[in-house]
Design a protein around this ligand. Structure first.
Ligand code: FES
Length: 324
């Protein structure tokens, strides 16, 4: 999939730390269509590529809208966007990618957004409103001033939204165990927000069926201990066969499959390189993988039919066969 050239038409402060960016096709005309929940990976002049969810109505073809939180602890992607990008600039990005689709067969859709996590959830609201499907949004932020897209959210969700402001103290936030106490068959829950919220939700919905809950990560939700455990695992070299091109590659202990694919000239989309954004997923045809990502569910890891090549490796003695 070739990258697309986008022109910035508007940059606006939504909150003290969140800016909205409106992008159109640099050469004019329609943009590639997107579904609710999709994101684009923006290539930045500082060499970083970062994923940003689209928030606008998916029926719009003339623009993409995204919102970006300035993350001072990050590697500089959001800081670069905040400090450098202005109307009239041209950016390169992937076509819309989808890791967070709506299940349109749901009898009811519950949406939970924490802070900047509202971006894909807002697009989902547009889609659900258009289909007339029952929905309810729980939108959690620190304060009304920190609530991006407040008016648009009210317009899209009408009475089907609950705002919660915790003033920076998660114990004063939404009572997740109460809100998600009962699971009604046919309900699907979509969650997008920071790692702490996602971990709390995972605990609160442990009794829900795994395939009824969908998470979109904006950064790793692992605790420091979990990250340290994975980093401490001893890596072995292993082979990867590319079924369609007939090439076999050796992955050394200190390199990822993604590193070697890129070095060998195979184009693979990627963004976070840490196993949480979903960009680098490749269908897996053979071999048992050591799945180290946060994108696939436990069930998907068990099924072993796809792999995030930026972090996952082969189980000892296994050779992986990729569909590429
Ligand atoms: S690049 Fe983000 S999961 Fe692999």
């Amino acid at each position: 999939m070739a990258d697309i050239e986008l022109k910035v038409t508007e940059v606006r402060d939504l909150t003290p730390n969140i800016k909205m960016f409106e992008l159109v096709a640099a050469q004019g005309g329609d943009l590639p269509a997107f579904e609710a929940g999709a994101h684009i990976d923006i290539r930045m002049a500082n060499g970083l590529t970062r994923s940003y969810s689209l928030s606008n109505d998916p029926t719009e073809r003339h623009r993409y809208v995204t919102a970006i939180l300035k993350d001072m602890k990050g590697q500089g992607g959001s800081k670069w966007m905040h400090e450098n990008v202005k109307p009239g600039d041209v950016l390169w990005a992937t076509e819309p990618l989808q890791n967070f689709p709506l299940n349109e067969g749901a009898t009811k859709s519950l949406l939970l957004a924490g802070g900047i996590g509202i971006t894909p959830i807002l697009a989902m609201g547009y889609r659900l409103r258009a289909t007339g499907a029952p929905m309810h949004l729980y939108y959690c932020t620190r304060s009304p001033e920190d609530t991006a897209f407040m008016d648009e959210v009210k317009q899209v969700f009408g009475a089907d939204v609950t705002f919660t402001h915790d003033g920076g103290d998660p114990s004063k936030g939404l009572k997740l165990t109460e809100v998600f106490k009962d699971y009604e068959p046919g309900t699907h829950l979509y969650v997008c927000g920071p790692g702490g919220l996602l971990r709390a939700v995972r605990d609160a919905i442990a009794h829900w069926p795994e395939d009824a809950v969908h998470f979109e990560l904006f950064s790793s939700s692992r605790t420091d201990e979990q990250a340290a455990e994975i980093a401490s695992r001893e890596n072995q070299p292993f082979e990867v066969e590319l079924a369609r091109s007939g090439v076999t590659l050796t992955i050394p202990p200190d390199r990822s499959i993604l590193d070697v694919l890129i070095e060998e000239g195979f184009g693979v989309p990627y963004a976070c390189e840490e196993g949480w954004c979903g960009a680098c997923m490749i269908p897996l045809l053979g071999g048992k993988a050591d799945h180290r990502d946060e994108v696939l569910t436990d069930g998907e890891k068990q099924a072993n039919e796809k792999i995030q090549v930026c972090v996952s490796r082969a189980m000892p003695g296994e050779k992986l066969v990729l569909d590429m």
